[in-house]
Design a protein around this ligand. Structure first.
Ligand SMILES: [Zn+2]
Ligand SMILES: [Zn+2]
Length: 120
């Protein structure tokens, strides 16, 4: 899976304390990935240190097949080095179990109000 590292636009973490703990609570990594215990970037073997904020990248060829970009933000477990590569395109393990950064869909302990319930 190809994602774009958006950490340069980092937003304050939810009530989980850090985005890495948010991923540990709300991410759904595969068994193989859980055993691996290292940065989700395929070619990287550093230990997991930080939760990285990413968007799914839609490649040109995929767009031709009618796939559209997913504007949602996700959290993947990264090492400090990969997380520091702002704006970089990262190829991460499919089983890394990215967690949605939308707290109302996951841990529900965000500090901001839930915009989807306004006006009801
Ligand atoms: Zn959280
Ligand atoms: Zn890494």
């Amino acid at each position: 899976m190809v994602v774009k590292n958006l950490n340069g636009h980092a937003i304050p973490p939810c009530g989980c304390g850090s985005w890495l703990s948010h991923w540990r609570r709300c991410g759904k990594p595969s068994e193989a990935f859980s055993r691996r215990q290292s940065c989700s970037v395929v070619v990287c073997n550093n230990p997991i240190e930080q939760g990285g904020m990413v968007q799914k990248e839609v490649l040109e060829g995929m767009r031709a097949l009618g796939m559209v970009g997913d504007a949602s933000w996700y959290i993947v477990p990264l090492c400090r080095e990969c997380n520091g590569r702002w704006g970089a395109t990262l190829t991460v393990e499919d089983g890394c179990g990215l967690a949605s950064a939308r707290v109302e869909e996951t841990c529900g302990v965000g500090v901001m109000g839930d915009p989807t319930t306004q006006g009801t």
